[in-house]
Design a protein around this ligand. Structure first.
Ligand code: FEO
Length: 411
């Protein structure tokens, strides 16, 4: 049995949905699965755009055979050689011995590193090159670090389809719904799209900005990414999200409180602060237990919100390990432009506050730390009320200043 969908009159989605995988890249939980998109163009020549994960090679083969309907495969364009897209190339090369591979120099290097026999089959392309396959001309645009260095995107100048590689992708299995207008993206997909982008490509904001600048010169009618829905309407909505994320601009004026609590006292303090913020009219507040939340969700929310409160117990005279893990990811992904407030708890030698502030001052870029810090000694008490009010006031005040700055200077 095959499972394909028509994208345009001569372009077919021949990808697969993976609902069996628990961890994408063996790191990120994906409870909704993921799709590996592959596309097949039937022109005077036949052209396959990328392949799928090896675990689904059989399904890809069936889909491609069905759409080719007896024709041979002439070309395979590889935009991205990470194995979730490139692994089944090996099967395609064996099945279609006359097919040529069109890709970048670095991509061919990676194919050889993975042990693929590609000799005599390479057509190397670079920025500005294009190829004609009959009715369709495909232009190649280099897109390094989105999300590996070999990446390119391919633009069909004939009908405006952008084969965007990992860009504009998202976690989530398609389950039959291929196009963005067949789903409620903002309600059902945006959180996964943000979590996908921020954790996979979030580190490479300047490279995404460079690609967006190139994309602005193209007359794009449709975006066909390697994961998630194909965009055939409202492209500006998703491009705008990418613009914000890659500039490290918060999407919303909001507070995320991440707490590390061993016996519930730090959590109680975090809850009290959330209440005080809501009493002051800031109800866009979310709370996460760092021990029970995969860091990928915290990273995603970090890109969404403007303000982050870290509430940590002191552990082995330092930051609670899981909170430290979040901070290390913040650094690894080069996230910036957020305002932090710090809460610490220590029963005999509180250290977490100083250590977190030192980390935010020295290890990451352009982070503000509010002066008002809350110290809890073992458990929150009436005496902490004033400090708690000061912290809530300071967060609200910082939001007002941010709003004024956006009005005056646009940021
Ligand atoms: Fe979906 Fe970078 O691979």
């Amino acid at each position: 049995m095959y499972n394909v969908r028509k994208v345009t009159e001569d372009l077919y989605w021949v990808g697969v949905n993976d609902k069996r995988i628990d961890l994408f890249e063996n790191i990120f939980p994906i409870p909704r699965g993921v799709s590996y998109n592959s596309y097949l163009l039937l022109d005077e020549k036949t052209v396959l755009f990328d392949t799928v994960d090896w675990a689904y090679a059989r399904e890809l083969v069936k889909n491609v055979e069905t759409v080719l309907d007896g024709r041979d495969l002439d070309y395979i364009i590889i935009n991205h050689m990470e194995p979730d897209h490139g692994a089944s190339l090996e099967a395609m090369l064996e099945l279609y011995p006359k097919a040529k591979i069109v890709s970048t120099e670095k991509s061919f290097m990676i194919m050889r590193q993975f042990g693929f026999d590609i000799e005599g089959r390479e057509i190397e392309v670079k920025e500005g090159d294009s190829m004609n396959f009959g009715k369709h001309t495909i232009a190649f645009v280099e897109a390094p670090m989105i999300h590996w260095p070999e990446v390119m995107v391919s633009f069909d100048v004939t009908n405006g389809v952008l084969f965007a590689a990992d860009a504009f992708g998202t976690f989530g299995s398609l389950d039959g719904k291929l196009f963005n207008d067949e789903v409620n993206f903002d309600r059902d997909w945006l959180d996964d799209a943000r979590r996908y982008y921020t954790n996979i490509v979030g580190k490479y904001g300047p490279f995404v900005q460079a690609l967006l600048a190139k994309a602005a010169t193209l007359d794009i009618k449709m975006i066909a990414p390697l994961h998630g829905p194909v965009w055939r309407s409202d492209l500006g909505y998703f491009i705008d999200k990418y613009d914000k994320w890659s500039k490290y601009e918060p999407e919303e004026e909001a507070v995320m409180i991440i707490y590390a609590s061993m016996y519930g006292h730090t959590e109680t303090a975090a809850q009290a602060l959330a209440t005080k913020l809501c009493e002051r009219g800031m109800t866009n507040v979310v709370m996460y237990d760092v021990s029970r939340t995969d860091t990928s969700y915290l990273i995603s929310e970090t890109f969404r919100v403007s303000h982050i409160v870290l509430a940590s117990v002191t552990y082995n005279l330092g930051i609670y390990p899981k909170m430290h893990n979040y901070l290390m990811d913040l650094k690894a992904l080069d996230i910036r432009n957020r305002t932090f407030a710090l809460m610490e708890n220590g029963s005999w030698a509180p250290q977490a506050g100083d250590k977190m502030e030192e980390f935010l001052d020295t290890e990451v870029k352009l982070m503000d730390v509010l002066n008002e810090r809350l110290l809890v000694t073992s458990a929150i008490k009436d005496v902490n009320e004033h400090e708690m009010d000061s912290m809530a006031d300071s967060i609200i005040d910082s939001m007002e200043k941010r709003r004024e700055s956006i009005e005056k200077f646009g940021k």
